[in-house]
Design a protein around this ligand. Structure first.
Ligand SMILES: CC(C)(COP(=O)(O)OP(=O)(O)OC[C@H]1O[C@@H](n2cnc3c(N)ncnc32)[C@H](O)[C@@H]1OP(=O)(O)O)[C@@H](O)C(=O)NCCC(=O)NCCS
Length: 233
């Protein structure tokens, strides 16, 4: 006798972009997927309902709004991305004006439904709407249940808790806005400010890897931080 395979259960709803009826297996609930009919991003609701959900953006914190880039961000982004010292511990490179403008342009068409793409969010101060940082999010695994991220804040706005506030918003996005299982990030071991920020935001240090990343001509030690949805209130 062979064990019976359970019938797949589907969640039915209309795409919030093209209004056509679509359906996904229930184990994808809470995850962003591409609408098979119009290819826009839709978040699968927990159960069948009239309309599917949109990506839960922008994110709001006490002092920041985390939102997709707009064409007018280029000056603030250039100020942020041209400061060479900020990249000392990152595997990113500084950008010039042309690079920033191209980045904003390409970012408009990013569809956050697969590994290998990055969802960039500008960190904008509420008190005076200036973009003072970037949070870059990506999926770590093809099943889209684990989120990786990096953040960068302009030197003029550091050491005021904005880094930890940003990581808090990313945790909310992953575990409340979406239904992800785990969030994780890797830092250069020498990056004390980065590691402290992650500790302060409630991520657990999981391990150190020796000479695990080749960066700017040398092998560097890295540190993993993570948090599970099950650990979040
Ligand atoms: C890491 C970074 C985002 C932190 O931003 P921030 O707004 O200053 O973060 P917070 O104010 O929330 O916390 C910073 C923590 O680092 C500490 N810190 C800041 N600069 C430091 C330094 N040079 N040496 C040691 N600790 C430092 C602060 O005291 C604070 O620790 P505390 O909570 O124990 O007081 C910012 O430094 C940055 O953009 N660095 C360059 C990019 C980067 O390294 N990104 C990390 C990838 S996740």
């Amino acid at each position: 006798m062979t064990p019976e395979t359970p019938e797949p259960v589907f969640i039915d709803f209309k795409c919030p972009h093209c209004s056509r009826a679509i359906s996904f297996p229930d184990h994808r609930a809470g995850l962003p997927q591409e609408c098979p009919l119009c290819f826009a991003v839709v978040v699968i609701p927990a159960q069948s309902q009239e309309y599917g959900l949109l990506l839960p953006l922008p994110l709001n914190t006490q002092r920041l709004v985390l939102r997709r880039f707009a064409p007018g961000d280029w000056k603030d982004l250039l100020e942020l991305m041209s400061d060479e010292e900020s990249f000392r511990y990152l595997d990113w490179n500084p950008m010039d004006e042309a690079g920033v403008i191209e980045w904003i342009e390409k970012d408009q068409s990013v569809s956050f439904t697969q590994t290998g793409v990055t969802l960039n969010l500008g960190l904008v101060l509420r008190e005076n709407p200036k973009l003072i940082g970037v949070a870059s999010l990506h999926f770590i695994e093809d099943d889209l249940r684990q989120l990786g991220f990096q953040i960068l804040i302009h030197p003029n706005h550091r050491c005021r808790g904005l880094g930890a506030e940003t990581v808090g918003a990313i945790l909310d996005f992953a575990f409340r806005g979406l239904n992800l299982h785990r969030i994780a990030t890797v830092t250069d071991r020498r990056n004390v400010a980065g590691r402290k920020t992650l500790d302060r935001a409630g991520l657990r240090q999981e391990g150190e890897c020796l000479k695990a990343r080749f960066q700017r001509g040398e092998w560097i030690d890295t540190v993993w931080h993570a948090r599970l949805q099950a650990e979040s209130p």
